[in-house]
Design a protein around this ligand. Structure first.
Ligand code: HEC
Ligand code: HEC
Length: 347
């Protein structure tokens, strides 16, 4: 992430290293909210907009909204329908299914570790989690409420919510605060302390021999790290690796936002944390398994006019492919598995 983008986010929190937890783990603090981050994640990397500090009550309100099907036109679809905790905060479908079973064109990405990204969506068209959260509610094939005024009226008519918004924001229900509460909740959905993280801080037994070989391929022969680098395994950039480009009318990804020729078919590099929980893979769900993904990269991606120069034929052996998959499976972590829907929703 460049400096300009980082400046958009004021440091509204402080962080402390916690000695009681595993070495190197940190606590995210914002308002009266605090969250012990799992090993491998850094509090200074959490992006909290200056006008939306966290609070315990705000996170709880956001959790209720996130799991509440009344945020859709016919009370059948919640955010959690397509981003369910049981499925690694995705829906495990190639493309998502919204109200009345309507299908969209893209696969639902995970909500895990979104706090570490400024831009959202496969094409980065939303600048914050707050901006992103407003989209699905009025998307006709997702939650299908005609407009934000209708959504606000619907939530405000539920007495429990009307009172809760007053308590948290000191105001009546409005769309910006709905989005703020949901985003605050989403920032608590984190993943770290994987076998890989424990290995990185010196527990040499944390990775098996095969997983270690997979790590070497990830950083060396496979060169995955040049795009999937850093603590969240993404460079937060857009690349064309060729997925879906042979379709008659391919999804042009980042190009739709920038209209730059070189962005045709480029998509945001996704995180690889907890990747084994979020199949199928790619923006169109075209790869069923991690082995399919590895086979795809081994062939040098899919040829098209805009293919990234960083993708090339790898010539991996069968064992190397298995090791690379094993390494990705070792990125399964914790920090999100305990999250559930509230027992009761506001009435
Ligand atoms: C019908 C299924 C569906 C519903 C309901 C839904 N989403 Fe999504 N979500 C998707 C899909 C598909 C995408 C990817 C769309 C794109 O990139 O154009 C997405 C993208 C996202 C992203 C961006 C993730 C990233 O890696 O860039 C976040 C965050 C998110 N959704 C949160 C939410 C929230 C919060 C709600 C409720 C207000 C919600 N979603 C409702 C399917 C859904
Ligand atoms: C040029 C940058 C680049 C390189 C190099 C790269 N990736 Fe990716 N990776 C991406 C992008 C961009 C996507 C999303 C593409 C899409 O959906 O169109 C992606 C998607 C994935 C996915 C699917 C994630 C999901 O949530 O659906 C996996 C798994 C993955 N890559 C693993 C790897 C591995 C393993 C390597 C090394 C062999 C690698 N990548 C090399 C950029 C890259």
């Amino acid at each position: 992430m460049n400096i300009r983008k980082r400046l958009m986010f004021l440091a509204v929190f402080c962080f402390t290293a916690s000695a009681a937890f595993a070495a190197g783990s940190e606590t995210l603090k914002s308002g009266d909210f605090s969250l012990k981050l799992p090993l491998g994640l850094s509090a200074k990397d959490v992006m909290i907009p200056a006008d939306n500090p966290m609070s315990r009550e705000k996170v709880e309100l956001g959790r209720a909204l996130y799991f509440d099907k009344r945020l859709s036109a016919d009370d059948t679809v919640a955010c959690a329908t397509c981003h369910a905790p049981a499925n690694g905060f995705t829906d495990n479908l190639p493309v998502s299914s919204g109200i009345k079973g309507q299908k969209g064109g893209r696969s639902a990405p995970t909500v895990i570790n979104r706090a570490f990204s400024d831009v959202q969506f496969w094409d980065g068209r939303a600048a914050t989690l707050e901006a992103q959260a407003k989209g699905p509610i009025t998307n006709p094939i997702e939650m299908g409420i005609p407009n934000h005024d209708v959504a606000v009226k619907k939530i405000a008519a539920i007495k429990g919510y009307a009172e809760w918004f007053k308590k948290v924001f000191g105001k009546d229900v409005n769309i910006d605060d709905m989005a703020r509460a949901i985003a605050a909740f989403e920032r608590t959905v984190v993943s770290g302390n994987s076998k890989y993280d424990r290995y990185q801080v010196g527990d040499k037994k944390a990775l098996s021999a095969g997983e270690k070989r997979g790590l070497d391929i990830f950083e060396g022969k496979g060169n995955c790290i040049r795009c999937h680098g850093g603590a969240n395994f993404t460079d937060e950039e857009y690349h064309n690796i060729g997925v879906g480009m042979s379709a008659t009318n391919p999804d042009l990804g980042r190009y739709v936002v920038t209209k730059k020729e070189e962005d045709k078919g480029a998509f945001k590099t996704p995180t690889l944390r907890d990747i084994s929980a979020t199949a199928p893979y790619m923006h169109d769900g075209s790869d069923k398994t991690l082995m399919d993904v590895v086979e795809f990269y081994d062939k040098g991606g899919a040829a098209n006019a805009n293919l990234s120069k960083r993708v090339e034929k790898l010539g991996l052996t069968a064992q190397e492919k298995k090791d690379l998959v094993a390494f990705m499976e070792a990125l399964s972590g914790e920090g999100w598995r305990h999250i559930t829907a509230p027992k009761e929703f506001p009435k």
